[in-house]
Structures are given as C-alpha cells and as structure tokens.
Design a protein around this ligand. Sequence first.
Ligand code: DI6
Ligand code: FE
Length: 408
Amino acid sequence: VTREIWEHARIATMQASGSYGLIEDASIVTENRMIAWVGASAALPADMSVGANQAHDCAGRCITPGLIDSHTHLAYASNRAHEFEMRLAGMDYAEIARQGGGILSTVRATRAATEPDLFAAAQRRLSALLDEGVTTAEIKSGYGLDRETELRQLRVARELGRRNPITIHATYLGLHAVPPEFPDANAYVDFVVSDVLPAVAAEGLADTADAFCDPIAFSPAQTTRFFTAAKALGLRVKLHADQRMPGGGGALAARNLALSADHLEYAQPSDLQAMACAGTVAVLLPGAFYYLRETTRPPIAALRDLGIPIALATDCNPGTSPTTSLLLMLNMACTLFDLSPQEALAGVTRNAARALGIQAQTGTIEIGKRADFVVWNVEDPAELAYAMGASSCAQIVQNGLLVKNTLA
Ligand code: DI6
Ligand code: FE
C-alpha cells in the first residue's frame, strides 16, 4: 500500500450536522485512495506512522473535505453577455426567453459547437472549479434538447471526469426548455421519454435526471411523466423547483423521492414538509438569486426547523449564474441568505454529497471514505466563507492523490 500522512492540521471533518467536527493538531492517514485514519496527531497509532511513504506538515492550516459543486450547467458553448446588457436596460429574464433568447440562444450555440470546442469551453470552467478545491462536480446537459447534442454534452461531462482529477456526476436535464422544432411541450416530452432518455440510459451517460418545472418551461404533469420514465430506467431524479414563483415543485420532487430540489425561493410550507419526509436535500443557488436580482429568499428558517439538509452550488450557467467560484457562493449564502459559515461549508461538503447520493463515498473526512480533502491557507474554517474571491487553497488531495500543491 501507499501510505501518506498529513499532520499538524486543524481538521474540519464535517462528520456530524451542526458543527465543523473540528479536531485540533490532527492527522489524516491515507492508504491508496482511502482515508485510513483521522484523529488527534498525539493519538496516531504507531503502526500507522511506521510504514508511511510520505509525511506532509500542515503547520496549523485547516483541512476540510474536498468541495462538491452539486449543481452546474458548465458544458455549454458561447455566453450571454448581450442578454446581461438587455436586462440592465430593463428587460426581464422571462421576456428575453419569450423572444427566443434565454436558454434557447445557448441551445443554438451548443448545437453548433463541435465536440472538441464544447470540451474546451467546459474545461476552462471546470479548471476554475478545480483550482478552488472542488473534487466532485455535477454537470447537467440541457443545452442540446435534440438527441445528438444532449448525448454530446453528457459525453463531454464523462470525458472531463476521465481527464481531470475530479469525480464527475452527470445529469440528463431532459426538460429544460421546449426546442423550436416541436409544436408544444407535450410533443417534446413524448420525444424525450421515447427517444433520448432510453439512449442516455443505454449508454450509461447519466447518473441522474433533472427537469425545470416552471410556467416558462414544464408543468408538474409533464415533469412527473419524465420522472416516472427516468426512474423506470434506474435514474434518481432532481428538480429545478419553485425558482420564480410558487408551483409545488418541492412537493413534486419529494413525491418522486428526488435526491434534491434546487432553487426553492418560492417553496411553500407544504413543499418543505414533503421534502423533510422524503429526505430530499434543498440545494440553494445564491449566484442565480443575486444575478437575477431576486428579492424573495429561500425559506431558510423553515429548512432549519425541519432539519432539511441545505446544499449550496454555483449553478454555473450562461443565463442566470455565470460564475465558476464555489467559494464565492459560500460568502453569498452567508450575506444574502443568512447562513452561518459552518452551514455554508456543510452545503458544499456533507450535504452536497447527499444531494448527489454519494454520501457513502465522500463529503466528510471519515475512515473508509475516499481521500478527497483540501489543505487551506487559513487557520479557521470560517475564513472560507468570509473571504470574497480569494484563492486560499494550498493543497488538494483527490482520490488519494496530491493533485495540487503550492507548499512544495
Ligand atoms: N434555471 C436556471 O436558473 C437555469 N436553468 C434553469 O432551469 C437557467 C439557464 C439559462 O438561462 O441558460
Ligand atoms: Fe440550474
């Protein structure tokens, strides 16, 4: 076995909800790809240190689990800076979408992009996430809406996972918008359910399926049809829910035992009750809230009262959240949504793993989990949410390998 030790760190294990699970002057021992031991350095068993191939002195720096971005749309072509200008001149997001802009303008660009060009664009965004200590990222399709382009986006997502030190979770976002070649949403859902979804499942290109349930997108009935078909093919589901107005999205997600319901600015008490019962994670997206100048905040107090796990993600997409900084989302979740820095960190580690259904493998620093962790140039984990746009990442260990090292 290859055994490495990280010692003299302040480790935020994130093992239990409600605390950092801090261990002072602590060590982590990795064996191959796994965490073999974690605890106070003074308690390190002799047989663990004896055969170590390498020891890293963290000199009091903080270690956290590798960060997890549980909601991104980063495999798209071009950008929508011109729509940013239009919105600043007074037009709103829904109006731009009705005029053929919005999601459909990115669909046109993504359909026109070759696979290498699409890969290159996505790689640039993924590299920015990697640089900040992200060791797992979800990537959605949804900018193809025809079979070829949806499969191309998902293949690019898988290829990014093969070529980068990161675990990629791919999501088929089949119901994002109705493409212009279909007369209506029902006809498009027919096509998705009978044609694209079976192809995605047959090629093993997606881990989960997702939909945008909204008056400008798909109804609860259409979403339910898609979810039923996806689940029959063995895919768990996630939902863009209650982002712009109340619509029962949270409850719809819960009825389908969704891993997560995302956005939730307009979720109602009945949505939250259902989510609590079903164990559905709330994924909050402060970048989209900020960029759309939304003023209705997600129901944080009710989420806390009901014990619903809160995750945070970038929502990296060209129309509503053009960001590649997960650390900035920690700061925005605190300033805009009143999360504590501890809740924010849990949102990109422990609870983000649950939002992807991978909490048995990663998301906390625990014996037996994958060795995904980050050594930060900070003394206190609250500094991660406090700083705006700072890159405080000193070392990244992903799947047991030291993949970034500024301390050497
Ligand atoms: N909700 C969003 O915020 C993004 N997708 C979605 O369903 C927006 C995507 C875009 O505008 O391109
Ligand atoms: Fe999204």
